[in-house]
Design a protein around this ligand. Sequence first.
Ligand code: IPM
Ligand code: MG
Length: 360
Amino acid sequence: MNYKITTLPGDGIGPEVVYEATKVLDIIANKYDHTFNFQERLMGGCSIDKYGTSLTDETLADCKDSDAVLLGAVGGPKWDNPEAKDRPERGLLALRKGLGVFANLRPVKVHPSLINSSPLKPEKLKDVDILVIRELTGGLYFGQPKMREMRDGKQYAVDTLEYFDYEIQRIIQLAFELAKDRKKKVTSVDKANVLESSRLWRQIASNLGTANPDIQLEHTLVDTASMKLITSPASFDVIVTENMFGDILTDEASVLAGSMGMLPSASLAESTSRSDKEARVGLYEPIHGSAPDIAGQGIANPIGTILSCALMLRYSLKLEFEAQAIENAVDAVISSGAKTLDLGGKLTTRQMADEIIKNL
Ligand code: IPM
Ligand code: MG
């Protein structure tokens, strides 16, 4: 089969990790007789530099017209001016919204060989296998009003945490669906003791819990959840939560896996999220940022991006066998003790990717 994949390498280490990941996809294409047509576009700081905007209409249209989008990372000190009209991150948010990818899946697994790369006690990390499902196109990131102005001679700023029932319904529904193939437990994370949007969230989660009696549903306040992620991470299966809570909790959860560089993500739109429907464009990106401090040195960990390609094969291209081939190769390489700098090893970005390719 023929597939069109748009790559958005972005800024910092983004281009380095995306380059290695496309090498892995090329090998998969060869081995399993597919054709991946890559088209590279600018998004983020690099797009501001070239076009004066972090995401052009043309790039968004090209992404919509693809089978999948692979993103590296965006941002960096060069574009950090708080007065600037546009920021690299705005392009990413506009892309997520434009593609309608409301469900951000962030699987967190602890590989036995990496238990010592995490600062947590080894016994805490045994059997950790969490799927965080972060709502991605609503909540605090997008709610209106969102602005800054002078009020009575004082600076005033507001962000809004807003949700419609259907936005909550579809993300929690997806959590229940995905939990069915796992340990059948959903932890819905909210702040229902304080926030009205969380009370609506909890009510919808409870109703879906009643409709899905085969799944164990628990409600956990976000502050408690952040503590339990460290004290008893193995007690979680699927976590589903609001956009910003999910952003914060997944950085925390990455510590379990030994490094931010390990974690992939898949952002799915309505039709990609239903296995029985036709696949549609999804956005795939590692959860780490552009890491300007190590950019250009060829030492970034490419695994988060390579595993994101596996998720792309699974969810957008419906190539489950090929997805597992990548995951197995990464597993084998990690088991052999191969490590990049972030994991306490010496391998460069390219060497790590080449090791994975050897195991494909
Ligand atoms: C992430 C990142 C982004 C987010 C930033 C870069 C806008 O932190 O994907 O987790 O907050 O969603
Ligand atoms: Mg984040």
